[in-house]
Design a protein around this ligand. Structure first.
Ligand code: THU
Length: 133
C-alpha cells in the first residue's frame, strides 16, 4: 500500500469516531511523524461551541503524547463536496511541528484527494525565526 493511501485509510477510520453533533461535519486526520508512526485524530465538538477541537489538533496532540515531535506528512478527510481545507488555526498548529515542504493531502470520503504543501496553505507563516529565543 502506498504511504499516502495508508494515511488516507487511517484518516477515514478515525473520522468514524468524530464527535460532531452540532455541525454534523465529521473530520478525520492522520499524520506520519519522523519516527514513521501514524497518529490520528478526529474533531470533538462541545455545546460551548468555541471549546470544540479540530481533527488535526487531535492528531497533533496524539503525536506529542506519543513522544514524537515532527510531522512528515498529513492527510485530512471529511464528507465534503470538495477536498476539505484545514482551518487557519490548524495551519498554524501544523506549522509548529512541520516544515513548509511537508505534503498535506486534503480529501473527501469518496476519495478525491488534492496534495499540497504547508507552505502553500500558510505562506509567510509566523515561526520561531521571527523571535529571539
Ligand atoms: N473541522 C476540522 O476538524 N478540521 C478541518 O480541517 C475543518 C473543520 C471541524 C471543526 C468543527 O467540528 C467542524 O469541522 C465544522 O467546522
Amino acid at each position: 500500500m502506498s504511504k499516502e493511501r495508508e494515511l488516507f485509510n487511517a484518516a477515514i477510520k478515525v473520522q468514524k469516531n468524530a464527535y460532531a453533533p452540532y455541525s454534523n461535519f465529521l473530520v478525520g486526520a492522520a499524520l506520519r511523524s519522523s519516527s514513521g508512526k501514524i497518529y490520528t485524530g478526529c474533531n470533538v465538538e462541545n455545546i460551548a461551541y468555541p471549546e470544540g477541537t479540530c481533527a488535526e489538533a487531535g492528531a497533533i496532540a496524539s503525536m506529542i503524547a506519543g513522544g514524537d515531535r515532527e510531522i512528515k506528512e498529513l492527510t485530512v478527510v471529511a464528507d465534503s463536496s470538495k477536498p476539505v481545507a484545514p482551518c487557519g488555526g490548524c495551519r498554524q498548529k501544523i506549522s509548529e511541528f512541520g516544515s513548509g515542504s511537508i505534503v498535506i493531502s486534503l480529501a473527501t470520503t469518496s476519495g478525491d484527494i488534492i496534495s499540497t504543501s504547508l507552505e502553500e496553505l500558510l505562506p509567510g507563516a509566523f515561526d520561531q525565526s521571527f523571535m529571539k529565543l
